[in-house]
Design a protein. Structure first.
Length: 310
């Protein structure tokens, strides 16, 4: 196992503190991933593990928030119940916790994490104005809203991984690595009450196309306010230039229909894509090869015999 140099470890701790909010850089859910005697949903050879361990997710998370804001129902939930303006890094840490626990932890821990998220969703309900101008009730447990948030993040992580990283996605038994990722990651949202998720990239595209044709996706003053916040969140000063690059990369990676709806202009593809790829490689090199969360998962899997001892 490769280890960090002292200066890489110092940078790694600062990086992990920013994403997790933990003073020592070790996410509070590290022990959750390390503990238990069960395999979990995914192994290191599975597509979700490969995609989520890579740094394309740094751009994918920004992209997903932009996409999510296009549905007035999910936007209303963020507007009415999210603490994104008062505590954006805390909200980020909560999203990262769900993603990493679901990807790397054992099955019991995944179920516990899903229960935590479901309890948060219980209170998220209200009314919103549809793209057609009608008033409609919403709940975080609504199947269409759950599906939209699932697809917003899944499609974003997939697109940014393929565009900005070099690691191939395992095909498994599917036609492509993208199809395998879509099919496998669907298991992650079953505990949240979402069944019959897409099993291929074509099904994802068909779902999005249907919402676009029906006029479900729409932009309002609330959308513009949240998008502006996503564009310029209150991050530490030294991280802002990198974040601006990643925001531009997220915009470049959007479907043209999404960019048009959001009123976002794309920087040149030929400039943003190689610059983002180089920056992600530089970050990976700077913070070193060690990943406490992934290492904890690998040790648990080796301990229970799910993978060979390293």
């Amino acid at each position: 196992m490769k280890t960090n140099t002292p200066w890489q470890e110092a940078l790694s701790i600062r990086f992990r503190k920013l994403l997790s909010g933990a003073p020592d850089g070790n996410p509070p859910w590290l022990d959750v991933i390390a503990g238990g005697d069960d395999r979990g949903l995914f192994l290191p050879s599975d597509a979700p593990w490969v995609v989520h361990r890579d740094f394309g997710t740094l751009v994918g998370g920004i992209r997903a928030l932009l996409v999510q804001a296009l549905h007035p129902g999910s936007l209303a939930g963020v507007r009415d119940f999210s603490r994104y303006e008062k505590d954006p890094l805390g909200r980020l840490a909560g999203a990262i916790r769900w993603l990493t626990v679901t990807t790397f932890a054992g099955s019991r821990a995944v179920a516990t994490e899903a229960n935590r998220v479901n309890r948060l969703h219980d209170r998220v309900k209200g009314e919103y104005t549809t793209g057609e101008g009608h008033s409609s009730p919403y709940s975080a447990h609504d199947t269409e809203l759950l599906m939209w948030v699932h697809i917003a993040f899944m499609e974003s992580f997939l697109v940014t991984h393929e565009l900005f990283t070099a690691t191939p996605i395992p095909r498994g038994n599917e036609q492509t690595g993208a199809d395998n990722y879509v099919a496998q990651w669907g298991a992650a949202v079953g505990p949240l009450g979402l069944e019959n998720t897409p099993t291929s990239l074509a099904e994802v595209d068909a779902f999005i196309d249907d919402l676009l044709v029906r006029g479900v996706l729409a932009v309002s003053a609330d959308t513009n306010r949240i998008v502006e916040f996503i564009r310029r969140p209150p991050l530490p000063l030294l991280t802002r230039p990198i974040y601006r690059l990643f925001f531009g990369a997220a915009v470049v990676s959007l479907r043209p229909e999404f960019r048009t709806l959001l009123g976002l202009r794309s920087s040149p593809h030929w400039l943003v894509v190689p610059l983002t790829r180089a920056t992600l490689r530089l970050i990976r090199w700077a913070i070193g090869p060690e990943s406490p969360l992934e290492e904890a998962a690998l040790k648990r899997l080796a301990r229970i015999g799910a993978i060979p001892e390293r």
